[in-house]
Ligand binder design. Structure first.
Ligand code: SF4
Ligand code: SF4
Length: 339
């Protein structure tokens, strides 16, 4: 907590971050604003606002004073039992598969009902490794179980060019965002080990952003976001008009430009929405923990999507895709356009 208080000292209370914060936008309450959260940390009192933060880090991008809000939250939060259970399931795709299967079958239980509303039928994750693999495809935690066709499409594209090792698992972002910093570090170490010194191409774009930030743990994994990697290749032409959702962390890491570059190279027509990185409300496990706020944020996002007139959204982060699908849109990862 001392570390969080030190980070909070940079805040000059200007409020420039308020209008970009999704929880402030839907509540108009200082308690649910970045400035209110920082005040609670500085003064050392418990605030419900600490739990309601989506951990999108949009406030960090807007802050003229350089407050490292994400890091501050990671030192402030302490995971509860539900969060710890979600983290453990995310670490092991096979366990996640069985957990989601249970949630779908027993959707009358309060915690599972919400999950069942958001997630499609889970699929048992598969493994893949070429003899002498030199390139790693990191599929993350959700895609191997819920978006397997995107994993297969990406794998098929990369296999034509390299010997590939598929890595299913967790990058540690969920743990970090909810205060399990040590566990996040161990997962980062694990990914470093599993990648065997090879390049990692990360399919979920928020994971790409987090892996690129492993320097905070004193680790270094040579990571490309999937679109960042695609940019230099010849790509198939696709006749499609769609809009693009920019997952929050990948936007901050500057990865949105690669998504657009790849789509333009493929001849896709993009209808830009207002504020494409405005949150979707999924936020890892946020949609399970903060149901009302999550729905209110998704409702704001839905208005922005509807204004484009598009039915299809490119979303390169799978947790976001769950929320956007729930709002009635067809989602595609860029990998799905390579078929
Ligand atoms: S991380 Fe996102 S939800 Fe949390 S305070 Fe910052 S802008 Fe608001
Ligand atoms: S976090 Fe940054 S933008 Fe927000 S009130 Fe503090 S100094 Fe201003």
């Amino acid at each position: 907590m001392q570390k969080a208080k030190e980070l909070a000292k940079r805040c000059v209370h200007c409020g420039f971050c308020l209008e970009v914060c999704p929880t402030y936008v839907v509540t108009r309450s200082e308690v649910h604003s970045p400035r209110g959260r920082i005040a609670a940390v500085s003064l050392g009192f418990d605030s419900v606002g600490i739990d309601t933060c989506v951990f999108c880090r949009r406030c960090e991008e807007a802050c003229p004073s350089g407050v490292e809000f994400g890091k501050l939250m990671s030192f402030t939060r302490k995971p509860n039992l539900l969060e710890l259970s979600v983290h453990r399931a995310l670490e092991n795709p096979k366990e996640l598969y069985h957990t989601l299967l249970l949630a779908k079958r027993f959707s009358f239980l309060p915690w599972s009902k919400r999950i069942a509303e958001f997630v499609p039928e889970p699929q048992e994750p598969f493994e893949y490794e070429d003899e002498g693999a030199s390139l790693n495809l990191f599929a993350g935690c959700l895609a191997p179980v819920l978006f397997q066709s995107s994993v297969k499409n990406a794998l098929q594209f990369l296999k034509a060019k390299h010997k590939v090792r598929l890595i299913n698992g967790c990058c540690g972002l969920a743990h970090y965002s909810e205060g399990e910093r040590e566990r996040a570090y161990l997962l980062a170490k694990e990914l470093e080990k599993r990648s065997k010194g090879g390049v990692v191409v990360s399919l979920p774009s928020n994971c790409s952003a987090f892996i690129k930030g492993y320097g905070e743990f004193g680790l270094s994994v040579h990571c490309y976001d999937f679109c960042e990697y695609l940019v230099s290749f010849d790509l198939p032409k696709v006749e499609l008009t769609l809009t693009v959702h920019d997952p929050c962390h990948s936007k901050i890491a500057g990865l949105s430009v690669y998504t657009r570059e790849v789509l333009r190279k493929m001849g896709v027509q993009i209808v830009e929405m207002d504020d494409p990185s405005f949150e979707c409300g999924a936020g890892g496990g946020y949609f399970v923990k903060q149901t009302e706020l999550s729905d209110a944020i998704l409702s704001e996002k839905t208005k922005k999507l509807q204004a484009t007139g598009c039915e299809t959204v490119v979303s390169n982060n799978f947790a976001c895709s769950l929320a956007l699908r729930r709002a009635g849109f067809k989602t595609l990862h860029v990998a799905d356009l390579l078929r």
